[in-house]
Design a protein around this ligand. Structure first.
Ligand code: FES
Ligand code: FES
Length: 161
């Protein structure tokens, strides 16, 4: 075991990690930040997306020891310090962009990255960007609506597949 330290949601945090410990497990088990979910073992579902040095990554595809010293933002760090939801979180709530909520942390992290890179994406661009995120409840229409709303654009009345 090796002590690994990262800046997580703006604070220096440390926990032990084995060489094989994945970043997602380090966050969930080492730091008890369980908002980052594990939905597969094939790096397909996107439920584990966090921001690593500002970039969205699937935390199940990164070893914790490899990113010792990195800066990480998890879903727990997305709302304001006073608990005010981010624009993306608020839009997911307003447009019913979640059902069971299991995929939601990864969706919010991915959508937040998209809007940083491309503040006014087209509906097609939203769908393309979120291709790495699986929603088992198949709530994709409302997720796309939420991201469009969060970008300040008109929300498609009936989203096309
Ligand atoms: S748990 Fe990481 S992609 Fe599914
Ligand atoms: S809301 Fe249930 S998996 Fe997406």
């Amino acid at each position: 075991m090796t002590k690994v330290t990262m800046i997580v949601n703006g604070k220096s945090r440390s926990a032990e990690a084995e060489g094989r410990t994945l970043l997602v497990d380090w966050l969930r088990e080492g730091l008890r930040l369980t908002g980052t979910h594990v939905g597969c073992d094939t790096t397909q579902c996107g439920a584990c997306i966090v921001h690593l040095n500002g970039e969205p990554v699937k935390a199940c595809s990164v070893l914790a020891q490899e990113v010792d010293g990195a800066e990480v933002t998890t879903i727990e760090g997305i709302a304001g310090a006073d608990g005010t939801l981010s624009a993306v979180q608020q839009a997911f709530q307003d447009y019913h962009g979640l059902q069971c909520g299991f995929c939601t942390p990864g969706m919010v992290m991915a959508a937040t990255s998209l809007l940083r890179e491309n503040p006014r994406p087209s509906e097609a661009e939203v769908r393309h960007y979120l291709e790495g995120n699986i929603c088992r409840c198949t709530g994709y229409h409302n997720i796309v609506k939420a991201v469009m709303a969060a970008s300040g654009q008109d929300v498609p009345a009936v989203a096309a597949e």
